[in-house]
Design a protein around this ligand. Structure first.
Ligand SMILES: C[S@@+](CC[C@H](N)C(=O)[O-])C[C@H]1O[C@@H](n2cnc3c(N)ncnc32)[C@H](O)[C@@H]1O
Length: 375
């Protein structure tokens, strides 16, 4: 992963007003999109022969775990699924409640301190070992590093999970500039329907290279017939697609150019390292890489944003969440001092739009269940 992106990319830390932990709502969509696939993956892993072979310890990793309600919901969901399946008592002759080792993994710049404080709250009151009808014992640990590199020893993980993370690329693709170094995606900060074809191709090439690496690394780490459950933001079709929040952010940045707060050239050379793949692209990359079989793949509309009916509250919520995942990268490029003004402009840009038309959410997630076949 490019050194610079690795160091600069992180969600806004802490639990303050603009932090990722306080504004992220992905735990709501996680529950209806990811939980059913996690159940599908865990059941065969709890069969007698698998549990015997691993001394009854289910090893799970959450990659790009972040901080806030979603990683905590993930941990308790895994515990709940294992307990439920165990109590159904239809797993064969070996009936011991599994223990669960969960590795929470993210870039070293993630707020692991806050994450482990939350994990501590989840485990308040301790865990009881003596009665195997209790919840399965949980051992949660940190595994900092990039998921575009090896993170775990060979053949050790039964289940890998990643939600809302692999759309972050290892770097902004080099092809966003022409051969003389001039920016090709002026006026935009992500690939969009008005971006130059070279820009669109460069972003897809970067995503393909990164996701192939992700699959290769995991193919070494996941046991034979182990599973990966991945959910990420996607495009609803093969056509170029720019999320509204990115359009608002571009507009707000352009507004700061017109006020003289930032220079036009500075905006022209700013692009985010994110790519929303479509279903066909994911299928193509998984099948070309060759280590995993696709057991389920689905595009799901994410309607969490629609729950807020009031235009002001919805604009505030969208402005805050957009700030919480772009703040570090914007501060690195334009300087941290732009943020208060930028946030204010961003909020008003969004509000103006919502006041004339409360357009529904435009977020689509792709959810995939993969089974490891070969290294
Ligand atoms: C939008 S957050 C999602 C966090 C959490 N999974 C959730 O659903 O709330 C994306 C996370 O991916 C992490 N991330 C991005 N690129 C990464 C990489 N190459 N390796 C590991 N984590 C990465 C970010 O640091 C961030 O915590």
């Amino acid at each position: 992963m490019a050194m610079e992106t690795k160091e600069m990319l992180h969600m806004t830390k802490g639990d303050g007003e603009f932090s990722y932990a306080s504004n992220n709502t992905s735990h709501k969509s996680f529950t209806y999109t990811m939980k059913p696939l996690l159940e599908k993956a865990v059941r065969p892993l709890m069969l007698a022969e698998v549990m015997r072979a691993c001394n009854n310890v289910l090893k799970v990793a959450d990659l790009g775990c972040g901080v806030g309600p979603t990683p905590i919901t993930f941990i308790s969901t895994i515990q709940e699924i294992v307990e439920k399946i165990y109590k159904q008592r239809d797993l064969g002759d070996y009936q011991v409640m599994p223990e669960i080792q969960i590795f929470m993994s993210d870039l070293p710049s993630n707020d692991f301190n806050l994450l482990f404080k939350d994990v501590g709250k989840l485990q308040e009151g301790g865990q009881k070992e003596e009665d195997d009808d209790n919840k399965p014992l949980l051992f949660v640990m940190g595994a900092p590093g990039s998921f575009y590199e090896r993170l775990f020893p060979s053949n050790t993980l039964h289940l890998v999970h990643s939600y809302y993370a692999i759309h972050w690329l290892s770097q902004v693709p080099k092809g966003v500039c022409d051969k003389d170094g001039n920016p090709m995606n002026k006026g935009k900060i992500v690939p969009s329907d008005t971006s130059h074809l070279q820009v669109l191709e460069a972003y897809y090439a970067q995503f393909k290279q990164d996701f192939t690496k992700f699959l290769k690394c995991r193919s070494r780490e996941v046991v034979h017939n182990g599973y990966m459950v991945i959910g990420t933001i996607c495009r609803p079709s093969i056509q170029p697609f720019e999320r509204r929040s990115m359009k608002y952010l571009s507009r707000a940045l352009a507004n700061l150019v017109s006020k003289g707060t930032i220079k036009a050239e500075k905006l022209d050379s700013f692009d985010l390292p994110t790519y929303y793949p479509c279903k066909d692209e994911i299928q193509e990359i998984v099948s070309e890489q060759g280590s995993f079989a696709i057991e389920h793949l689905e595009v799901v509309y994410d309607d969490v944003e629609n729950e807020i009916n009031d235009a002001r509250l919805r604009a505030e919520s969208l402005a805050k969440i957009t700030r919480s995942y772009t703040e570090a990268l914007i501060a690195d490029h334009f300087g941290a001092q732009v943020w208060n003004e930028l946030y204010n402009v961003l909020y008003h840009v969004i509000l103006k739009d919502f006041e004339s038309d409360m357009v529904p959410s435009d977020i689509f997630n792709i959810v995939i269940l993969l089974r490891k076949m070969v290294d």
